[in-house]
Write a protein that binds this ligand. Sequence first.
Ligand SMILES: *[C@@H]1O[C@H](CO)[C@@H](O)[C@H](O)[C@H]1NC(C)=O
Ligand SMILES: *[C@@H]1O[C@H](CO)[C@@H](O)[C@H](O)[C@H]1NC(C)=O
Ligand SMILES: *[C@@H]1O[C@H](CO)[C@@H](O)[C@H](O)[C@H]1NC(C)=O
Ligand SMILES: *[C@@H]1O[C@H](CO)[C@@H](O)[C@H](O)[C@H]1NC(C)=O
Length: 433
Amino acid sequence: MPPTHSQGYIRLGAAEDEQHLGNQRSLARLHIRRILFAFALIVALIFGYQFFRSPTDMHIDYKKYDIPHGVAPEQIASRKDWLPHHTSGHRYRYASQTNFTLPLSSTNLFIIKTASAGGKLDVITSPSQPRDSVGVGLVLSYDREDIFEHILALRLSRPGGENGVGFFEERDWRDRDHSDRSPELDITLVLPESTSQTPYTIRKLETNVSNMSQNIVDLRGRFNFNSISLSSSNGHIDAKHLDVETGSLKTSQGGIRGTFRAKDALILHTSNGPIDVDVQLENANDGKETLLDAKTSNAPFRANVTMTSTKNREGIFRVNGKTSNSMLNIAIPKAPVDFKLGMEATTSNGRADIDLPPTFEGEGILKTSAHSTASVVERHGVEDPTGRGRQRHVKTVGAKTGKLQLKAFWGESEGGKGDVTVKTSQGDIVVRV
Ligand SMILES: *[C@@H]1O[C@H](CO)[C@@H](O)[C@H](O)[C@H]1NC(C)=O
Ligand SMILES: *[C@@H]1O[C@H](CO)[C@@H](O)[C@H](O)[C@H]1NC(C)=O
Ligand SMILES: *[C@@H]1O[C@H](CO)[C@@H](O)[C@H](O)[C@H]1NC(C)=O
Ligand SMILES: *[C@@H]1O[C@H](CO)[C@@H](O)[C@H](O)[C@H]1NC(C)=O
């Protein structure tokens, strides 16, 4: 401050000496200088405040970490924020824990981990979590005490009210010393337990965590998600119960299991792990389809899909189910009258079993290799779901080998809207209708 100050006084003195200059003018100059000085002071204060408030510790070289674009650091867990963590069954020499808090009302709650550390991410609820916030606990298990010089645990934000937590490891730091194991990271996302009967809506939950399995407790009747996007690799995803408008759960080398309710779309993609899900698809009768798109490879596929619609009739639904070298089973026990179904069910070297609901009307194509059997089994004693006492017709065209066409309709009109394709090879196909 002193230089600016003394400069101001010198100039002030000079202005006083120059009597021929109008008092008005020098006063005006003085005024401007004072305003500029005050402005400079405010700017300095704001920047100073930002600097000290900022978690951007000058010793951290962010370039060493794979931090995705578009996120801003808000808070760093420094060494002193990691407290010893005690668990039974230690696999590692050390374990430490830290935690962050995010506002529950965030437009997006996100967790990012680019580090190679494996581990798991659990979404749980707890009565001790404050009602307006989400806790994010990190437990790090490791063998080298110097790990804290090579990791970054941050609270992050994105514009528009998005809040998250990121965990990053310095690129290739362990390559310099091959003696140790990859550290392990367990992340726990703690949602509050509301006391009210109405479920709380979370606008978006997004995870992008490599090398992790993910587990979600039963959130039925407690939380709805406008959007949920879980993305991982080398780990399973297990959701006890999730209510979503749009859900995308993607991983690899692990199964996807769970119970879901989806209004717009549910995407379940993995590889080399079973898919075993119960899904309720709820169509809004707004002319848009409700989608289940599930695929894996080299593992069994089972989906039990119940379809409902707001009007209790009609509704547009699409089910894509895919695996390979394994059995595939899709059952639709219930769907509204006059609903429209598009289904594509594909596997290879395995059997395909499809159960269509009594309300199904439309066409189907069953296709397998020549030495396997494709058949349609008609359930008997199925009553007209509209209660009008109509007769049901199930027709098949084709040989019982390789390829078979199916037509099912109630009453006299063949104008059914369903369109089902079931494909495999080296395996039988049975469609029950
Ligand atoms: C959260 O971390 C802080 C230190 O950063 C610690 O004081 C507190 O005990 C931790 N809380 C939990 C629930 O682990
Ligand atoms: C996953 O873990 C393995 C073994 O720990 C490691 O080699 C690999 O780099 C990790 N992958 C990613 C994407 O982090
Ligand atoms: C997850 O993060 C990786 C690496 O930062 C990025 O390439 C990928 O697009 C992200 N995936 C999703 C679904 O956001
Ligand atoms: C399929 O789901 C419905 C409704 O969720 C349930 O009642 C039924 O028991 C399930 N069927 C199987 C075979 O799991």
